[in-house]
Ligand binder design. Sequence first.
Ligand SMILES: Nc1ncnc2c1ncn2[C@@H]1O[C@H](COP(=O)(O)OP(=O)(O)OP(=O)(O)O)[C@@H](O)[C@H]1O
Length: 259
Amino acid sequence: MLLMELLQVKALSKVYPGKINTQALTDIHFNIEQGEFVGIMGPSGSGKTTLLNVVSTIDEPSAGEVLIEGISPHRMNKKELARFRRRKLGFVFQDFNLLETLTVAENIVLPLTLDNRRLSDIEASLERVAGKLGIADILKKRTYEISGGQRQRTAIARALITSPAIVMADEPTGALDSGSARQVMESLERLNREDHTTLMLVTHDPVAASYCSRIIFIKDGRLAAEIHRGESRQAFFQHIIDALSFWGGHSHELSSIRV
Ligand SMILES: Nc1ncnc2c1ncn2[C@@H]1O[C@H](COP(=O)(O)OP(=O)(O)OP(=O)(O)O)[C@@H](O)[C@H]1O
């Protein structure tokens, strides 16, 4: 497949109005190509979540433009935007956002049932994503009966079931122990490698970030640096640590971490 700019972010700024305005993002430019796995890092308060929220249409930009597959979702009306989100975007959150009263399977297929798909299509899609995420054997369980890592893999399966253009994740490993975090990141890496799923995630965890193919650092709401992964995840991890100690962002916590 030809490389294509799946996401284009142009001159993006975000101001939160208040007694004193907060300039959370200033003149951000970057692109994500189809099949990339991009991490966003930076110190606390640097604007990572704001960036993800504006790019993922949860929030509105104050200036500038976001294009997804060449289309500007921020110009859509409410109904168009809801449909665009459901079909084109996959969301993964730190705290999973699963419905406790539903089973794992029911949670995963929710976006399709909301879209009135045929039952046979829904079942085929469920089988496909559950297999990919290694959760085929827990589909009948309720979400309170499964582990944190399994919950997050359920949430990822739900994000993927519509075959979205891009999956966006905010601290997907933030609520997990290191072993479950690793499994979740390995699942995401596999989805990216085998299916060319395009992923954008915000993380402060350099181990999680080392599974990405590119990291964009932001500081004080501006783009600060960008690094690419070569062959080895170990070497990329070291690059990330070096960049964090230069640009700021949790590097002091890392002295004893194993990759
Ligand atoms: N809803 C809001 N209203 C006003 N100011 C906000 C709002 N959300 C974030 N901010 C401010 O915007 C700036 C960027 O915040 P943001 O949450 O995007 O940073 P972050 O890099 O994700 O931080 P963290 O790593 O701590 O989650 C901060 O100064 C923050 O206080």
